[in-house]
Design a protein around this ligand. Structure first.
Ligand code: TRP
Length: 365
């Protein structure tokens, strides 16, 4: 699609993908390695929608609506810095796609309550965030909402991290159930043949990234802003150097044989692009061939700064006075494109479910 809103994507020639983020603040290198890098790669070959799941942020932060709003804008600033091109990819604001909310209600009828509550990602979140039995009704509902996020776009593939796989399983179940109950798709039809047999929804695949999670500079936990072990996309070159110097290895001397499965070497492998150099560093390190951690850290910091330099430049174009308004314009354009597609899906779904009584037209954005 172009900025003016005319479709440049031909859905039949470019597979449609959707993925999303719950806005929790600015992004770090873990987001780059784990997901955004792949999005930047596929945006020219796929019809891409990137959803800002701002309603999901309300599940646990209903009293922080102002910071959710700031986080939503900030994440877009980081997307743009990292090279997501809003001309190619539609950056979409969940709360302004009414079809998602409507489909959530309908899909909630297709899922047994206990099936939703068995979702291991929800269970882990309840534990990690200490929600106990005090969580909002909307908290488990977000899992149903996520099935609507994906199916509203009739996406065929969803690039996600491992932790999201249970949500994708739920989504696949909703798609199958809907197609069987409302579109007459027989129960013995293979997932990839549902649409061919009259189903409204493709049964989407989870596209799980091969790279695991990037470790934080503490060398122990995965990189996370709240754990204070993250290198942020917006960090200065100096900050990057300082943080890389802190990467914990526990190694004592340059002649001690080192463990190349440690956090430092995950950074070497992720950020040093010269593969011959990576192999050489690994070889010397594992033999303790007079190579100090400090030396390796200097090379890692340089490599990270080479990656971040163009991101800093792009970011600068979306900072300062009036930049929030420009970002909101970008989101509005992406959301408009998304709504054209999602309203069409909603119409198809309502038709199938006997919910279409008269035509309607919404003015969206
Ligand atoms: N739950 C996802 C996360 O926290 C974010 C998300 C919301 C999402 N809707 C989505 C991911 C749809 C993929 C597809 O990371």
């Amino acid at each position: 699609m172009s900025a003016s809103g005319t479709p440049i994507a031909n859905p039949s020639s470019r597979p449609r993908i959707l993925t999303g983020d719950t806005p929790t603040g600015s992004l770090h290198l873990g987001h780059w390695i784990g997901s955004v890098r792949r999005r930047v790669e596929i945006q020219s070959t796929h019809e891409c929608y990137f959803l800002l799941a701002n309603m999901h942020a309300f599940t646990t932060r209903v009293e922080e609506s102002a910071s959710i709003r700031r986080d939503t804008i900030e994440i877009v600033r980081d997307y743009l810095a990292m090279g997501i091109d809003p001309e190619q990819s539609a950056i979409t604001l969940q709360s302004e796609v009414p079809a998602i909310a409507e489909l959530t209600f309908l899909f909630a009828m297709l899922l047994p309550f206990n099936r939703v509550m068995r979702n291991p990602t929800l269970k882990t979140e309840i534990e990690l965030k200490g929600l106990g039995d005090k969580f909002a009704f909307g908290f488990p509902l977000y899992a149903v909402g996520q099935t609507a996020d994906i199916l509203a776009f009739r996406a065929v593939s969803v690039p996600v991290g491992e932790d999201q796989v249970p949500h994708l399983e739920l989504t696949r179940e909703v798609a199958r159930r809907f197609n069987q109950v409302f579109c007459g798709v027989p129960t013995d039809i293979e997932d990839h043949e549902h649409v061919q047999h009259g189903g409204v929804f493709p049964v989407p695949l989870a596209d799980v990234g091969k790279v695991g999670r990037l470790m934080g500079i503490d060398g122990k936990n995965k990189m996370s802003k709240s754990l204070g072990n993250a290198i942020m996309i917006a960090d200065s070159a100096k900050e990057v150097q300082k943080k890389v110097n802190k990467i914990f290895t526990g190694r004592q001397s340059p002649t001690e044989p080192g463990d190349t499965s440690n956090a430092l070497f995950q950074f070497v492998e992720c950020f040093i692009t010269d593969q011959a150099r990576v192999a050489e560093l690994k070889d010397k390190y594992s033999r303790g061939d007079n190579i100090g951690d400090g030396h390796i850290k200097a090379e890692v910091a340089e490599a990270i700064n080479a990656l971040l330099a163009p991101m800093r430049e792009r970011r600068a174009m979306y900072e300062g006075e009036g930049s929030d308004a420009r970002i909101i314009d970008i989101i509005m354009d992406g959301t408009r494109r998304a709504n054209r597609l999602c309203e069409e899906t909603l119409l198809m779904a309502k038709q199938a479910a006997g919910l279409r009584f008269w035509p309607r037209e919404l003015r969206l954005g």
